[in-house]
Ligand binder design. Structure first.
Ligand code: B4P
Length: 190
C-alpha cells in the first residue's frame, strides 16, 4: 500500500496538491480538516467540540482526530494507498498512526513536506477567506495563530519522519502545476 503523509503549514497547498496525487496514483484522500468540517456541517457533537478549537486556529484534541482516523482505516481496508492530508499534526498523532499502520503491516512510505514562506501562506489563506466562508481564514490574527501552532506542535514531526528516513522536502513555492510535478517525481521513487 502506498501510504503517504502530505505535510506543511496551513496554506502550504496540501489540499490542493492532494487532488493531483490521488488522481495520478489512485489513492484514497484522507483530510482531517475536511472530515472535521463535515462533522461541523452536520452539527454532530464531535463537530461542535471541534468547531470551538478550529475557530480560534487551535488544534482539535488528539483523541478526537485519532478516533476518526481509526474508524476510517477500518472501513477502507482495500484501498490501494492513502494520502493523509493534515494528519498527523502532533507527535502523539504520528505515534498512533504508526501503531495502526504497522500493526496492519502497511507503514507510511514517505512524508512529503511542502516548504513555503510565511508571507505567502498568509496571502494564500486571506485570498481563500474571501470566498471560502471558512471562519479560520477570515482574520489575519487567527491565521498567524495557526502558523504559530504549526511551528510549536506540528513541525517537530519532520524530525520524527527524518529519523525513520522517510522525510522528503519539496519546494512549495511556484505554480500549482510546477509543485505537483515535483511531488509526483518524488512519489514515483517510493
Ligand atoms: P486543514 O483543513 O488541514 O487546513 P489548512 O492547514 O489550512 O490546509 P489546507 O489544506 O486547507 O490549505 P492548502 O494548503 O491546501 O485544517 C483546518 C483546521 O482543522 C486546523 O487549523 C485544525 O484546527 C483542524 N485540524 C485538522 N486536522 C487536524 C489534526 N490532525 N489534529 C488537530 N486538528 C486538526 O491551500 C490553501 C490555499 O492556498 C488554497 O486556497 C489554495 O487554492 C491556495 N494555493 C495552494 N497552492 C498554491 C500555489 N502554488 N499558489 C498559489 N495559491 C495556492
Amino acid at each position: 500500500m502506498l501510504n503517504l503523509v502530505l505535510f506543511g503549514p496551513p496554506g502550504a497547498g496540501k489540499g490542493t496538491q492532494a487532488e493531483f496525487l490521488i488522481e495520478k496514483f489512485g489513492l484514497l484522500h484522507v483530510s482531517t480538516g475536511d472530515l472535521l468540517r463535515s462533522e461541523i456541517a452536520a452539527n454532530t457533537e464531535l463537530g461542535q467540540q471541534a468547531k470551538a478549537f478550529m475557530d480560534k486556529g487551535e488544534l482539535v484534541t488528539d483523541e478526537i482526530v485519532i478516533g476518526m482516523i481509526q474508524s476510517l482505516l477500518d472501513s477502507n481496508k482495500d484501498a490501494k494507498g492513502i494520502i493523509f492530508d493534515g494528519f498527523p499534526r502532533t507527535v502523539a498523532q504520528a505515534e498512533a498512526l504508526d501503531t495502526l499502520l504497522n500493526n496492519a503491516s502497511i507503514p507510511v512510505k514517505g512524508m512529503l513536506s511542502l516548504e513555503v514562506e510565511k508571507e505567502e501562506l498568509v496571502k494564500r489563506l486571506l485570498i481563500r477567506g474571501e470566498s471560502s466562508g471558512r471562519s479560520d481564514d477570515q482574520d489575519q490574527s487567527i491565521i498567524e495563530n495557526r502558523i504559530s501552532v504549526y511551528h510549536e506542535k506540528t513541525s517537530p514531526l519532520k524530525d520524527f519522519y527524518k529519523a525513520q528516513d522517510k522525510l522528503y522536502e519539496v519546494e512549495g513555492m511556484g505554480s500549482i502545476e510546477e509543485i505537483a510535478a515535483r511531488l509526483c517525481d518524488v512519489v514515483a521513487t517510493l
